[in-house]
Design a protein around this ligand. Structure first.
Ligand code: NAD
Ligand code: USQ
Length: 457
């Protein structure tokens, strides 16, 4: 039987996917197109630029947006319209919304790395301006042209932090001095990035109240995996997979580390608990959300994850999967570069998407094996320094690893710009000259020993 979220739709909608060049945005654009929606894929390619600036890159090579949409058409006969546009350019965004008059907008287009937002003042400001201004521009464009449109906004479970009480889905009923009210759930987030999401949530909630917009704020957990029904159709349809310490998320990194015979890097004690979901379930959750829009004026919140794990559990799962293939995996506990509770209570509700019909893919060794296989195919592109050494500390910002790779990234970008200018070459030089071998990487001085610090909370 076909899952509800995979059934072709009876009513085709015009859906704008913002951030469609990203890890989740590209598979989402294809998924919605396959279901029969008219998809407009918007991105300003900022993420590719941030990679260049920081000397990082996707482990699997990714095609350009032009190549992707052409290949999608060739493989499926379906059209995805790509528009290059910055959400912070209000006039351009406004014109796009006015032209397409979407029934739904799925908004992924933000700077999404917590470590990136903690590098220094400039990166914190850049993150918050990009995310908060872009989201605000979108709210005004929707209000002006399509107030009935359903906004599906990607938020984050990290907005809530790790409170010592159960986490509800967006709202909590509080009794205080004999009175009671249902209020947005209090939030104590993990980073300046997560704080930008909290501001977005507040702005969306306010816009629904004053203008009667309809929105679903999806507080998503950490996503893992990189293959969907659509990305596997052709190498040009593949989505990015990040493994470095700025953009790579925990399980993706752990699999990359295990696949290349490097130690799995648990930060601190490893009792940090988070919600996780398979990228295929992200597709399903957003499709179910689109199929079941909220009422006008409603700001609905779903907690979008399927299982919660501690980091120690994830590391053990990866090591166990390798053991079944006769491979030993070392798990190391690095001094935690983040300020976060390393042992804490965590019980986050996540029933609303299940109630709509979500059938989760639970994390098992098969998924770990398939991720490890993808990494193994591209192992020659792994830079072991980026894999092993955290480059941002919450207390002191970008460290010597960050500075060295950013310097090289800047020099590389400058060299590329010069080459393009004189028209002398068209092929991009490798991002890590001489440093892709697993035994190699760039030589970065070891940091001065820092005593292990106690958990901050
Ligand atoms: P990503 O960095 O791969 O993709 C984001 C895309 O948005 C990039 O292609 C980038 O170029 C684009 N973008 C950023 N700012 C833009 C702007 N001002 N105008 C136009 N385009 C812009 O990120 P992702 O992992 O695909 O995450 C997508 C969304 O989901 C983000 O909002 C993120 O916060 C959220 N999220 C991600 C995860 C995860 O584990 N990856 C988990 C929870 C929530
Ligand atoms: N961690 C390790 N070792 C590593 C990398 C991370 O122990 O090598 C730990 C971190 O300290 C943290 C946890 O793993 O405790 C999660 O970190 P992460 O990098 O996997 O994810 P995070 O920074 O929380 O951000 C990611 C996405 C972000 C999204 C968020 C969902 O990058 O866009 O919002 O997951 S959530 O965590 O629910 O907020």
């Amino acid at each position: 039987m076909q899952e509800a979220s995979h059934r072709p739709v009876s009513t085709s909608k015009t859906v704008i996917v913002l951030g469609a060049d990203g890890y989740i945005g590209w598979p989402m654009a294809m998924h919605l197109s396959r279901l029969g929606h008219r998809v407009v894929a918007v991105d300003n390619l900022a993420r590719r630029q941030w990679d260049e600036e920081g000397g990082t890159e996707s482990l699997v090579p990714i095609a350009t947006m032009e190549q992707r949409v052409d290949r999608w058409l060739a493989c499926t006969g379906r059209t995805i319209t790509y528009e290059r546009l910055d959400l912070c350019d209000h006039d351009a965004l406004d014109a796009c919304v006015a032209r397409w008059r979407p029934e739904a907008v799925v908004h992924f287009a933000e700077q999404r790395s917590a470590p990136f937002s903690m590098i220094d003042r400039e990166h914190a400001v850049r993150t918050q301006v990009n995310n908060i201004v872009g989201n605000l521009n979108l709210l005004f464009a929707l209000q002006a042209h399509v107030p009935e449109c359903h906004l599906v906004k990607l938020g984050s479970m990290g907005e809530y932090g790790a409170p010592n009480i159960d986490i509800e889905e967006g709202y909590i009923t509080i009794e205080h001095n004999g009175r009671s009210d249902r209020l947005p759930y209090p939030k104590v987030p993990h980073s300046f990035y997560h704080l930008s999401k909290v501001a977005d949530s507040q702005n969306i909630h306010f816009a629904c109240r004053i203008w009667g917009l309809r929105a679903t704020d999806l507080n998503q957990g950490v996503v893992y995996g990189c293959e969907t029904d659509d990305t596997v159709l052709h190498p040009e349809l593949i989505t990015r997979l990040d493994y470095d310490s700025i953009w790579g998320t925990a399980l993706n990194r752990f699999c990359a580390q295990a696949a290349t015979g490097n130690p799995v890097t648990v930060y601190g004690k490893g009792g940090q608990t988070r919600g996780y979901l398979d990228i295929r379930d992200t597709m399903a959750c957003i499709t179910l959300t689109l199929d079941n829009p909220p009422e006008a004026g409603e700001c609905r919140v779903f907690n979008q994850f399927t299982e919660q794990f501690t980091l120690n559990q994830l590391a053990d799962l990866v090591a166990g999967a390798r053991r079944h293939h006769g491979q030993d995996t070392t798990i190391v506990h690095l001094p935690n570069p983040r300020v976060e509770a390393e042992e804490h209570y965590y019980n986050a509700k996540h029933t609303r998407l299940l109630d709509l019909g979500l059938q989760p893919h639970f994390l098992g060794e098969t998924l770990v094996d398939s991720l490890i296989e993808v990494v193994a195919r591209h192992a020659h592109r792994v830079d072991p320094v980026l894999l092993e050494r955290p480059s941002v500390d919450w207390r002191t910002g970008g460290n010597e690893v960050w500075r060295q790779y950013a310097d090289e990234g800047r020099r590389g970008a400058l060299a590329r710009a010069t080459v393009e200018l004189v028209g002398a070459a068209t092929r991009r030089p490798p991002a890590h000259p001489g440093g892709n071998g697993l035994a190699g990487g760039r030589s970065v001085p070891e940091p001065a020993a820092r005593p292990a610090e106690p958990a901050a909370e």
